[in-house]
Ligand binder design. Structure first.
Ligand code: SF4
Length: 318
């Protein structure tokens, strides 16, 4: 397992000096450390990047993918292994898409990049009846194109900018509307079986990404150019989560932590646990069930956002 979390992490250079220098510098430095730590930890916990990998970083022009690229480039400079990064943007020919923004930004970074021009917008507009959401077809087309591009570029990993909140919201949507306990994994094999997809921002809260994007002054491209209506379920659940988080901070982190601590014997999936063969053993078990007691809730102090133990137990203090 490659440890991307070793060593002190200096703040990445700010694009411009903040106004309130000392306080802003202090806050930015803390945020930088948290982001580097969380991304490094996710990479290590799930062995996302190995020596010799060529990571295709998918860049949409939104805050998430800018942040992902920014932190990955910074981590690469101090990583214990060598890996390559190639940034890829799919220009879907949405009306008003400022096609010059990303090439200019990437040229300044002096890293390899590729802009793939494909008029998926035109295809989707033609095929989806007016008033219906276009996202499902649009995403499917985009996915297929990005997989193909990954093969053409010789990429061994495809990095997507989904973050902690995306993962928690996806799990809730699947529970509420799909009747499945299924989330958005930090690492998976693509549906064509040819690519490994990674989500290095898996541990990062969206609010942190928003702050980082403001601090770094990324040239954000609006995500509403296609004119598609937002997925209503996702909007509802996201709002619910944000309200909930405001009232009870730490809930989102706890939900993400829950996804890494599954207890099959305490769910109801007969494929995961042999309920039909359960027998009393007569042997006391300190970790056994306490069927008549309330499950104790973790006190807030124990819910430190970075106390992850997703893989083989790692002590992950900041
Ligand atoms: S919001 Fe627009 S660009 Fe994004 S998936 Fe939906 S249709 Fe495609």
């Amino acid at each position: 397992m490659n440890d991307f979390t070793d060593g002190a992490v200096a703040a990445a250079p700010a694009a411009a000096p903040p106004k309130d220098t000392r306080k802003a510098d202090f806050e930015a430095n803390k945020l930088s450390k948290r982001l580097h730590h969380q991304v490094g930890l996710a990479i290590s916990d799930f062995d996302m990047i190995e020596a010799g990998d060529k990571v295709m970083v998918c860049l949409s022009g939104g805050k998430d993918s800018y942040t992902m690229l920014d932190i990955l480039l910074s981590l690469r400079r101090r990583a214990p292994i060598h890996f390559d990064i190639v940034a890829v943007n799919l220009d879907q020919k949405q009306p008003g898409f400022p096609a010059h923004v990303l090439p200019e930004y990437l040229a300044k970074l002096d890293i390899p990049f590729h802009i793939e021009n494909q008029d998926t917008y035109g295809i989707v507009k033609k095929l989806v009846p007016e008033g219906q959401t276009m996202c499902s077809l649009c995403s499917r087309l985009r996915r297929g194109i990005l997989y193909r591009v990954a093969g053409e570029l010789g990429a061994t990993k495809i990095a997507l900018g989904h973050h902690r909140d995306d993962m928690v919201v996806t799990m809730l949507i699947n529970m509420f509307f799909g009747g499945r306990l299924k989330g958005m994994p930090p690492k998976l094999v693509s549906d064509d079986g040819k690519n490994v997809v990674i989500r290095p921002l898996a541990y990062v809260a969206e609010t942190e990404i928003e702050k980082w994007a403001r601090h770094r002054r990324f040239p954000i491209i609006p995500c509403t150019l296609c004119g598609s209506q937002d997925n209503l379920q996702r909007v509802q659940v996201k709002k619910m989560l944000r309200d909930w988080e405001r009232q009870h901070p730490g809930r989102s982190d706890n939900m993400l932590r829950a996804m890494a601590h599954v207890v099959p014997s305490h769910l109801m999936d007969r494929k995961l646990f042999p309920f039909t063969t359960v027998q009393a053993t007569g042997v006391p078990d300190a970790d056994g069930d306490v069927a008549f007691d309330e499950e104790p809730c973790a006190p807030p102090a124990a819910a430190s956002p970075l106390r992850w133990q997703a893989g083989p137990s790692r002590d992950t203090q900041e």
